[in-house]
Design a protein around this ligand. Structure first.
Ligand SMILES: C[C@@]1(CC(=O)O)C2=NC(=C\c3[nH]c(c(CCC(=O)O)c3CC(=O)O)Cc3[nH]c(c(CC(=O)O)c3CCC(=O)O)/C=C3\N/C(=C\2)[C@@H](CCC(=O)O)[C@]3(C)CC(=O)O)/[C@H]1CCC(=O)O
Ligand SMILES: NC(=O)c1ccc[n+]([C@@H]2O[C@H](COP(=O)([O-])OP(=O)(O)OC[C@H]3O[C@@H](n4cnc5c(N)ncnc54)[C@H](O)[C@@H]3O)[C@@H](O)[C@H]2O)c1
Length: 303
């Protein structure tokens, strides 16, 4: 590094501040019930928010109507009417942790935005960037894994295309791997409880070591017995990091193929290997291709 080179990356302004907002049990006001609102509502409910939807029933998008009809009243409070404005309406933006509008009345949305900003309540006016304190992004979820793509408002369709590419490239066992790591972290914390300090550092180093030493598919296949072995013979012995090989698992593609063959042969009660390989390949392609098309269509929720 030359003397003039800065030691850390330069600041390039213009980004959004990305975070994972914990909305569980929080109150959100959603004004509008059309196509755009139906997408907002879906993500809010997945995050456990308590949503008040104000929108006349006659123009509800079918998905919004469905969510209202099947949801627990703790999750959605529905008001079948027009929202009349921050001054006039009986609902006050100050009573909410977040306000979203997805209506085709630009002037009314602007008033909502002004009221929210005065009260410092975060607001998103669908498709009006200057009236958004935060943008929505193109999202995907596989259980605990969530990915959001933002183009900083420049090209939402590009965000959607990139999200689909990411979706197609994700390993199929990513969810299992995250679940396994979550369980292992929980079990480690039971053995070594507490927050911060040298123990916290040791715990973190050990978890980082395990995640580096095991492939995603290996993590995903970790049984409760293997987790116990990692803790008994690794963590409890000077924080040693055991590899898949150390706990008796075959590593690499050969191990994966051997494991798969054993599982499939077991499931079928034995059989000829060539027929089996062709069958497995056909089955995998048959499952993956319609699966990808289904996932793709699930997310085509706009326009
Ligand atoms: C990602 C996604 C999430 C969601 O909304 O759930 C999202 N827009 C999506 C799709 C989409 N939106 C539009 C098109 C038509 C093509 C086009 O116009 O380019 C398509 C494509 C399509 O429908 O396929 C029209 C549009 N959108 C905005 C404007 C206003 C402007 O740009 O000035 C206009 C023009 C209106 C007009 O011309 O009248 C603005 C915003 N849209 C955002 C999010 C925020 C920035 C996101 C980012 O940083 O990338 C931001 C700033 C504010 C916000 O709404 O939060 C979702 C994809 C979901 C998915 O498929 O996975
Ligand atoms: N859908 C698109 O193609 C598109 C494109 C660009 C921008 N937008 C913008 O996104 C927003 C919503 O789009 P959409 O596709 O969901 O529209 P939409 O027409 O499907 O839905 C609008 C909803 O808002 C409700 N509404 C209108 N006035 C209301 C009020 N005062 N109180 C409560 N509810 C009210 C309607 O009853 C309807 O349910 C609009 O601002 C629209 O201009 C949409």
């Amino acid at each position: 590094m030359s003397d003039s080179e800065p030691p850390y990356p330069p600041i390039v302004k213009g980004a959004s501040f990305l975070l994972a907002w914990r909305l569980d049990g929080r109150k959100v006001l959603l004004i509008g019930g059309g196509l755009v609102a139906s997408g907002r509502l879906y993500y809010l409910l997945e995050a456990g928010a308590r949503v008040t939807v104000v929108s006349p029933r006659k123009r509800l998008h079918p998905e919004t109507a469905y969510r209202i009809d099947v949801s627990n009243p703790d999750d959605i409070i529905y008001e079948d009417r027009d929202y009349v404005g921050p001054e006039e309406d009986k609902l006050h933006v100050t009573d909410y942790d977040m306000v979203l509008t997805a209506i085709d009345e630009v002037g009314l949305s602007r008033k909502v935005c002004i009221a929210c900003r005065q009260a410092r309540v975060p607001v998103n006016v669908a498709d009006v960037p200057p009236e958004c304190d935060f943008y929505f992004g193109s999202q995907l979820r596989r259980g605990p894994l969530q990915i959001m793509v933002s183009t900083s408002g420049r090209g939402p369709k590009i965000a959607s295309l990139i999200r689909k590419q990411i979706e197609a490239s994700l390993p199929s066992d990513v969810e299992e791997a995250i679940d396994s790591v979550g369980k292992l972290r929980g079990e480690l914390r039971q053995r070594a409880p507490g927050t911060g300090g040298p123990l916290g550092q040791k715990r973190m180093n050990w978890m980082i070591g395990i995640c580096d030493a095991w492939r995603l598919d290996e993590l995903g296949g970790m049984t409760p017995e293997v987790r116990k072995q990692l803790l008994d013979e690794g963590w409890n012995k000077d924080g040693k990091i055991l590899s898949p090989k150390d706990v008796g698992l075959k590593s690499g593609i050969a191990g994966w193929l051997a494991d798969t063959r054993t599982k499939v042969v077991d499931a079928l009660g034995g059989g000829d290997m060539q027929v089996l390989k062709a069958g497995v390949t056909g089955f995998v392609l048959g499952a993956v291709i319609p699966g990808a098309i289904y996932i793709g269509s699930l997310y085509q929720r706009r326009r």
